[in-house]
Design a protein around this ligand. Structure first.
Ligand SMILES: Nc1ncnc2c1ncn2[C@@H]1O[C@H](COP(=O)(O)OP(=O)(O)OP(=O)(O)O)[C@@H](O)[C@H]1O
Length: 249
């Protein structure tokens, strides 16, 4: 029996006017796999990511989620089918606490139940929000305002917000961007502790985060996939070294 990929990208291209940002990309990400997408600036990583999430649907090709064609679905429909994501720029409610943010994210995914109710003790959604805060190592600051969080804690919360939607595929857009060297090991640990049945696709410039997190690494350049290999092979791959040491990054 062949396993259906969590995400199948078939010959996907995306143009912006005359610019071919992604060109003829095909790849399968299997259920529970952790896939990192690397590549220099402008390689097309975010554009490919957005064709999967639906922000910029492909101009050509097909994308399937667990065998279901989602190529033309809105981002909202894709989210409902199980694609969760973070953004490079923060989308947190700065005026609310960590718990309130997570509570709203947990509530928000339940159809017809989005509300601004105060999370009461004993509310299962609040319990779930607290559990996510613990998992994201934010347990000791759940009542703190988001504005008071460090940059690293905000990143942890953003991953938690995406997890609150109970995604089957979690897509992280540069989770280590802007983190201090001290915050990076914590993020790495947290990524490695995510449930093994969750499929993870992450764009990450930082090899020290991407390689230990990923099962398979896809390297892109000029809108195309140039290498797909395990992290240990990527670390020594001459093509990858040429891309990164050659000044493209
Ligand atoms: N909305 C858009 N409109 C026009 N051009 C775009 C748009 N989004 C991306 N591009 C262009 O598409 C190409 C690929 O960009 P993309 O952001 O996907 O690369 P990237 O690999 O994610 O780079 P970075 O690491 O800098 O985020 C670039 O030339 C970029 O300028």
């Amino acid at each position: 029996m062949t396993l259906t990929p969590a995400i199948r990208i078939e010959n996907v291209s995306r143009r912006f006017g005359a610019l071919q940002a992604v060109q003829g990309v095909s790849l399968d990400v299997m259920p529970g796999e952790r896939r990192a997408i690397l590549g220099p600036n402008g390689a097309g990583k975010t554009t490919l990511f957005n064709t999967i999430c639906g922000d910029f649907p492909p101009t050509e090709g097909r994308i399937a989620l667990f065998g279901q064609d989602i190529t033309r679905l809105t981002p909202h429909r894709r989210a409902r089918l199980g694609i969760g994501r973070t953004y490079q720029t923060s989308l947190l409610f700065d005026g609310l606490t960590v718990l309130d943010n997570l509570f709203l994210a947990v509530r928000g995914v339940k159809a017809g139940r989005f509300s601004m109710l105060v999370p009461r003790r004993g509310d299962p959604d609040r319990a779930e929000a607290e559990a996510i805060a613990q998992r994201m190592r934010l347990g000791d600051c759940i009542h703190r305002g988001v504005r008071e969080l460090s940059h690293g804690q905000r990143r942890q919360l953003e991953v938690g917000m995406a997890l609150a939607g109970k995604p089957r595929v979690l897509m992280l857009d540069e989770p280590a961007a802007g983190l201090s060297p001290g915050d990076r090991p914590k993020l790495l640990e947290l990524l490695r502790e995510l449930p093994r049945d969750l499929t993870l696709i992450l764009i990450e410039h930082d090899m020290d985060i991407a390689l230990p997190t990923a099962d398979i690494v896809t390297v892109m350049k000029d809108g195309q996939v140039v290498v797909e290999a395990t992290p240990d092979r990527i670390a020594t791959d001459p093509v990858v070294q040429a891309i990164y040491l050659g000044g493209g990054h």
